[in-house]
Design a protein around this ligand. Structure first.
Ligand code: FAD
Length: 381
């Protein structure tokens, strides 16, 4: 199919991957409908679908142990300014990322090797130098840290989705603010069923995050897992003390390897420090499981463990309030997202591994290319 001819396309899922797919396809001149609901106002009363982007903090960085993800991260980060310019929405803060762990851990030392090979600027600090550079750390003896100062920090996933949606709309996309209830494919096109009627398109990209497989009615080899985040509200003095804090990836055994976001202002007018890192993977087998998980509000046990970990890592941390928040991630077994065609008219783009926010613009772009027939093989499974 020629990329020069405008094609009537639909993208299902107005999240981190679907919204950039719609932006890129609209900018190419295609006639795009972007279908998906907003964030629910009240999880406990919501009867529809949920997403993984209802937050203000996601770590962004170019480093990844795998070259594929380094490539995705670099491509997406290089377009952050473009997305902000097209939408008028800021979503990125370049505060850097500290990768830190015990100096004998090969997953720590490999950060130095991989960043050097990939020409990603990274500064190494150990023991007392680590303590001097990052005085908020509680313990640095025997620790090694690699600090990525540029093209790294955090993004607001909520604001990024808003930015991508506005940019897609400005490029001509039509936003349909409701869930897709089903997809039927025929020789002449696809019809997406919604509560307010059918949306007809020549092709459809399904980028519905944790709901992708259930909406398609087929397994693509990915599992949806429950995730719990603990958030700590800080007073003015703590916000000031931690003003220079970067995002952090603590490297260690599962359950002792939290990721930590520095203090970030939230829509409630307060500043919250956030961390996550579940010790056990709890699979969510069905849409009903996902709904129950989000309605449950997350795991208090996991949040208790996270609270201990933040107090172990940040010197003398004082917080005013704790909040527990549920989320979900999708994992396959190849550390690759699932992007590619499923049939002549249906393509798919999802698979998050807890790290696809930062590079979602590139994953969405690839999803769009798959829909146009220009990415012919599914990346995974
Ligand atoms: C706790 C947590 C922390 C994370 N931290 C990081 C991080 O620090 N850095 C990072 O890069 N990544 C991080 N991630 C991962 C990142 O948030 C995900 O990779 C990303 O959200 C995946 O994008 P997606 O578009 O596949 O899914 P989503 O963002 O969930 O979007 C899917 C969209 O599809 C919609 N949808 C579902 N069903 C339907 C339907 N039937 N019809 C229409 N729409 C539908 C949903 O409403 C949703 O808006 C984290 C994830 C979690 C849960």
């Amino acid at each position: 199919m020629s990329a020069n001819k405008a094609i009537k396309l639909a993208v299902i899922g107005r999240g981190l991957i679907g919204s950039p797919a719609a932006r890129h396809l609209s900018k190419m001149g295609h006639d795009v409908a972007l279908i998906g609901p907003d964030e629910p106002a009240d999880y406990s009363r919501h009867s529809g679908v949920f997403g993984s982007h209802y937050d203000e903090g996601r770590i962004t960085r170019r480093f990844d142990p795998e070259p594929f993800w380094v490539q995705m991260n670099c491509a997406a980060i290089s377009r952050y300014d473009e997305i902000s310019a097209e939408s008028g929405v800021e979503f990125y803060r370049e505060v850097g990322v500290l990768h830190v762990g015990r100096s004998e851990n090969p997953n720590v030392t490999s950060v130095g090797k991989i960043t050097a090979e990939a020409e990603i600027l990274c500064e190494a600090y150990s023991d007392t130098r680590l303590a001097e550079r990052f005085p908020f750390l509680r313990s640095t003896a025997g620790m090694l840290g690699y600090f990525e100062p540029r093209n790294a920090g955090h993004i607001s996933p909520r604001r990024l989705v808003r930015a991508q949606t506005i940019a897609a709309e400005r490029a001509g996309a039509r936003i349909i603010d409701e869930p897709a209830l089903g997809i039927s494919e025929s020789g002449s096109g696809v019809t997406i069923r919604t509560r307010s009627g059918g949306v007809d398109a020549e092709r459809v990209l399904v980028a519905a995050g944790g709901y992708t497989q259930s909406l398609l009615g087929q397994s693509l080899g990915f599992t949806v897992y429950a995730r719990t985040v603990a958030m700590f509200r800080l007073g003015a003095a703590e916000v000031q003390r931690l003003a220079g804090m970067p995002s952090m990836r603590c490297i260690g055994p599962k359950g002792d390897n939290p990721y930590i976001l520095p203090p970030i202002p939230y829509p409630d007018g307060q500043t919250w420090l956030k961390l996550g890192g579940d010790p056990v993977d709890l699979p969510l087998e069905s849409e009903a499981d996902i709904k129950d998980w989000f309605k449950s509000g997350g795991s208090i046990d996991v949040a208790d463990g996270l609270q201990k970990q933040i107090l172990d890592r940040i010197r003398d941390l004082k917080f005013e309030e704790r909040r527990v928040v549920p989320c979900m991630t999708t994992y396959g077994d190849k550390d690759l997202p699932c992007i590619g065609p499923l049939s002549e008219r249906v393509a798919v783009a999802f698979g998050c591994y807890g790290k696809s926010a930062k590079c979602s613009d590139e994953l969405g772009r690839l999803g769009g290319m798959a829909l146009l027939g220009e990415v012919t093989a599914k990346l995974a499974p």
